[in-house]
Design a protein around this ligand. Sequence first.
Ligand code: ATP
Ligand code: MG
Length: 474
Amino acid sequence: MSRQTILIVDDDRNTREGLRRALQPLYDIVLVDSAERALPTLDERHVDVVLSDIRMAGMDGLTLLQRIMARSHPPIVIMLTAYGNVETAVEAMKRGAYDFLMKPVNLDHLDMLLKRAVRASEVETENLRLREQLDNRFGLEAIIGHSSAMKEVFEMIKQAAPTQATILLQGESGTGKELVAHAIHQLSPRSKGPFVAVHSAALSPTLLESELFGHEKGAFTGATERRRGRFEIADGGTLFLDEISEIQPAIQVKLLRVLEERRFERVGGQETLDVDIRLIAATNTDLRKMVEEGRFRNDLFFRLDVVSITLPPLRDRTDDIPLLCNHFLKEFSQRNNKPVEDISSDTMAALCAYSWPGNVRELRNVIERMVVLTHGSRLTVRDLPQGIRAAIPDEKRNLWRMDAGGGGATGSIEEAERSMIYAALKKNKGNRSRAAVQLGISRRTLQRKLKEYRLKEAAADPLTSLGASSDAKQ
Ligand SMILES: Nc1ncnc2c1ncn2[C@@H]1O[C@H](COP(=O)(O)OP(=O)(O)OP(=O)(O)O)[C@@H](O)[C@H]1O
Ligand SMILES: [Mg+2]
């Protein structure tokens, strides 16, 4: 078990040094002489417990406490006060302090308090981890799909996750690369450590370099403080480098070195830092092709491409579309408190026929929009965005019109026959001769049946034009 870090904030040198001497044998100690200095220190490194004086020149301890408590994962804070002012102490507890101590500090009391605080902090971290495990936002369960292509992806994830291997995720935008990266981290022995994502394309080359490796104070104009980079922050965990193809050659070299040696320097720094990270990189462009064109380093590519997982575009796994639609339908009807229960079969057919250039992200957005805008408890063709309706080829449009049925005769023989014909035509991409063979009827009978249905459809809904455009392509 690694040592806990305690940050001591006091403007009195004697107190600082005294506490340091007493605590050094058991803890890692960081000293600062003002509240102003304490805040950037918390950005720079992990701190388990803050021991802070209340009365200090400049920002006082209570304000510091408030600022610390506003952070996303605040450390435990214990206040020190020389004034024995119960009211201030009570105020500190109200603002989230773990406890307080009177000065001069009774070291036995401090020791006991710290042990209790550290234990509480461990319990808190453990709870956080368990909660994360419980809500499976990031586990394998969050990835929906039962197509054979996705089953292969699941297998790869399960095999690769427990190892230390660098992973390269490839796939079009919106296919779930980030989701998979999270799942790999969750299933790995590093799941207790941090998962840190860097979206390379969003940053200029200079900013990206300092974002990744950190910088020393004064390394460049604007570097007013030392800053830890993502590699340092991800120590003990997983670093997810998104859009890796966007990384400039100069940074590619540095990245290669970290991958080979697991060590690097901050921008403008001399000190060499060791890191223990697992790298997952993602790209939606063909990296191998970029290597061939000389736009991406060959050696870096081979370092990244240890285990490669490719996420198939949604149009190549239409089996997954109904499952995804229903999953998102449930999510958004719950979230928006709308009792939308299902999707009509013709609407589903349209959703399956669409090509989804934006993949799962686009599908998710479409379902959200439909749930938000619909008035009924079932999503129908009317709820479909124009773009999706328009994208359906005419021949398919007629097919799903058929499937929509005129209502009424649900469960009838006619209904069953109709859906068999529909399925056969769909399977044979609208080719009537082949559909007829599959159905075991003559092409002529099939023509006749279709004509009958069309007439009924037209009578039930005179506005719908059911032209002869679907006539056989042979
Ligand atoms: N198989 C899936 N099951 C459930 N949700 C998914 C699935 N795939 C993607 N999503 C959802 O789709 C959205 C986009 O996924 P994600 O951000 O992982 O895609 P990406 O491949 O990283 O895209 P980009 O290349 O644009 O960064 C997210 O909201 C994600 O939760
Ligand atoms: Mg992404």
